[in-house]
Design a protein around this ligand. Structure first.
Ligand SMILES: *[C@@H]1O[C@H](CO)[C@@H](O)[C@H](O)[C@H]1NC(C)=O
Ligand SMILES: *[C@@H]1O[C@H](CO)[C@@H](O)[C@H](O)[C@H]1NC(C)=O
Ligand SMILES: *[C@@H]1O[C@H](CO)[C@@H](O)[C@H](O)[C@H]1NC(C)=O
Length: 632
């Protein structure tokens, strides 16, 4: 292996020195699978279909060099850079470099790029090259894989200057240098095909509608959730939703954390129609989702997750054999649109963001549905302070999938991995008959600012009786206190949204650690008070009012949301007092937890493991807000 690497390097280095600058001859041979448009006219295209090589084209409007690369955190330090230019003789050049600090990058001792073409004209500069997904230069080249990558780019009006060290990209003339960073998937695809409004021959059977909020005055608040009820246009017959994209004004981008659309369902036993309840809200401006003034039925009945676009999301189109049914009944369908803003500085903002939904009358072969898995939204998702890595586990258990999935199973096609700012890594594991199959998805470098579905390389079959385990790893080096589960971005989530087909009854399959086990992991036997009643803890479905026993239990987020003004500052466990063991009696749980030694790695590991294996409450819910009864 070593030898093979060395041999290749010599050849590549020779190729890398210069290529005559004409691309036109062989341009048509490239079938770009990704096309990324960046500010300042910079464009990056690449091909992901070759198992060994990734082929890039980088394009800038200037007459100087163009550079792209990958960075651990968006800065130049530690970045893996590719710098290309066309000299005054029309000859192309390409260097494999790396950043050591926020300044000029330096040459890698191993040159692993292969220049394929270079061109400069009045339209700017284009460089085509390829590199192995994984090179032998482990020191300076990033492995380009399934993780979220931080792409950095720079473009200049001047070519690099030659000096004793060889060529170096000029750092002079800052005016001429434009740069930026963007999180991106390089190897996984964010969607299956182009958006219909981008295609030249727009099919006559395709339509779109924008569902969103309108003129929301976003006041100064760390976290603001705006809700309104919308109605899907009345259709004469069944249609399929085939994709969606966000429509977000540029000035809102920095403040809009997500927009989600939830379908409204009134439980049948209540014997009232959705029209009776929701029609009156259609056309209204809406308001804060979670105050006492907002209509209870919005959050109580409209929580079947359908579509969400998060920060950095560009939307997606489903593959050609799949559609999401709409208009299949005579009754109108109502949705709650929820827009989450963060505006701590109180910047003046009036927002009218929406999700554009593409649908068609030409029905697809199969119908998709959405599965929500991961951890419930609850303070019992608890991450200790000062951890380089702390992992939480949540389960979609075998009993739930046994009861909820069709007998031939379901096929997963895309997945969105969602955590907030302290999220580091998310993995979805897949267990069948006690044996682990390859992970369904894994991202070792999640970026809160790039929330995007990822298309699975192959559809994954999940059978009834299979178990799905969601692992979320957080880093809290900078946090002096616990980070609890909750809604604001300062709280955490571990949520995975999966698109699959064919439809199943099961749509929501999340868990949280069993109550006594949660406390036992930190040496506490029993507690009392505070929010526990509101959270129905310790959980026992037989203690719920009869009419609730067959309905999905609303998330703790309802409780959290009601106290949302407090949620930002409030530590939920201050109101919970220890009753046993005797020597800890009367102490509040928050203060007790803060006093534990979270620098002791063994102790932290043991808490992690106990909360993983000590039993979980399953929240196994079917379409229409119905609970699927399980034994735990
Ligand atoms: C610049 O781009 C335009 C549009 O793609 C093209 O028509 C034109 O020929 C290009 N100019 C040069 C000098 O290649
Ligand atoms: C935890 O630290 C992150 C910075 O890494 C910060 O953004 C977040 O607000 C902190 N959360 C809490 C609850 O203090
Ligand atoms: C915990 O305390 C409550 C009373 O606050 C009691 O009802 C319950 O049985 C206790 N649980 C255990 C496991 O001791």
């Amino acid at each position: 292996m070593q030898k093979k690497c060395l041999f290749l390097l010599v050849i590549l280095f020779k190729l890398g020195l210069g290529v005559a600058g004409d691309l036109s001859d062989f341009e048509s041979q490239y079938k770009w699978t990704h096309d990324l448009k960046l500010p300042s006219g910079v464009e990056v295209r690449w091909i992901d279909s070759d198992p060994e090589y990734i082929t890039f084209e980088m394009k800038g409007l200037g007459k100087g060099y163009i550079a792209i690369g990958f960075s651990p955190n968006g800065g130049m330090a530690g970045a893996d850079m590719f710098v290309g230019w066309v000299d005054s003789n029309g000859k192309g050049h390409l260097l494999d470099m790396h950043g050591t600090h926020n300044g000029q990058p330096i040459l890698d001792s191993s040159q692993d790029l292969e220049l394929l073409g270079a061109k400069q004209d009045n339209n700017g500069t284009r460089i085509v090259f390829r590199r192995k997904w994984a090179t032998c230069d482990e020191k300076h080249d990033f492995l380009i894989g399934d993780d979220t990558m931080r792409l950095v780019w720079a473009t200049s009006e001047t070519d690099p200057v030659e000096n004793v060290d060889g060529f170096l990209p000029s750092y002079h003339g800052h005016d001429a240098l434009k740069r930026g960073t963007k999180s991106i998937f390089m190897k996984v695809r964010p969607q299956h095909r182009k958006f219909p409004d981008e295609e030249v021959d727009n099919s006559p059977n395709q339509f779109h509608v924008d569902l969103g909020v309108s003129n929301v005055v976003v006041s100064k608040a760390e976290t603001y959730y705006h809700c309104r009820i919308v109605k899907f246009p009345k259709l004469q017959s069944k249609h399929h939703i085939i994709g969606y994209r966000p429509i977000i004004a540029p000035e809102s981008v920095a403040h809009l954390h997500h927009i989600s659309i939830y379908k409204c369902h009134i439980p049948e036993i209540l014997k009232i129609s959705e029209e009776d309840v929701f029609e009156k809200y259609v056309g209204q401006h809406g308001g804060d989702c979670y105050t006492d003034q907002s209509p209870r039925e919005w959050t109580e009945y409209c929580f079947e997750f359908r579509i969400a676009v998060g920060v950095g999301d560009e939307g997606q189109m489903l593959p050609d054999h799949l559609g999401d049914v709409i208009g299949d009944t005579d009754a109108p369908s109502y949705y709650r649109v929820e827009a989450h803003y963060e505006n701590p500085e109180g910047k003046a903002l009036i927002d009218s963001s929406a999700i554009r939904i593409f649908y068609t009358s030409k029905l697809r072969e199969y119908e998709v549905a959405y599965l929500w898995t991961g951890h419930r939204r609850t303070p019992f998702l608890t991450i200790p302070p000062h951890q380089e890595e702390y992992t939480t586990y949540s389960f979609c258990g075998a009993e739930c999938t046994q009861k909820g999935f069709p007998k031939d199973g379901i096929k997963l096609i895309s997945i969105l991995l969602h955590a907030h700012v302290t999220g580091k890594r998310i993995t979805l594991r897949h267990i069948r008959n006690g044996k682990e199959l390859p992970p369904i998805a894994q991202d070792n470098h999640v970026d809160f600012n790039y929330q995007h579905y990822r298309v699975l390389k192959e559809e994954r079959l999940v059978l009834p009786g299979d178990e799905l385990i969601s692992e979320c790893t957080y880093h809290t080096e900078k946090n002096d206190t616990f980070v609890f589960g909750g809604l604001s971005t300062r709280r955490e989530m571990c949520e995975l949204f999966i698109i699959f087909y064919p439809k199943s009854t099961l749509i929501d399959c999340r868990s949280q650690p069993e109550f006594y086990n949660y406390f036992e992991a930190i040496g506490v036997e029993n507690v009392t008070g505070g929010i526990l009643n509101q959270l129905h803890l310790p959980f026992n479905s037989n203690l719920l009012p009869v009419e609730m026993q067959d309905n999905a239990l609303a998330d703790d987020s309802m409780v959290l949301e009601n106290g949302r003004a407090d949620e930002i500052k409030h530590d939920w466990f201050r109101d919970v007092k220890i009753t046993s063991p005797k020597n800890l009696e009367g102490r509040d749980v928050q203060e007790y937890m803060m006093g534990l030694n979270w620098n002791n790695k063994e102790f932290v590991k043991s808490v992690e493991q106990k909360r993983k294996s000590g039993g979980h409450y399953m929240h196994c819910n079917a379409r229409g807000g119905k609970k699927i009864r399980t034994s735990v």
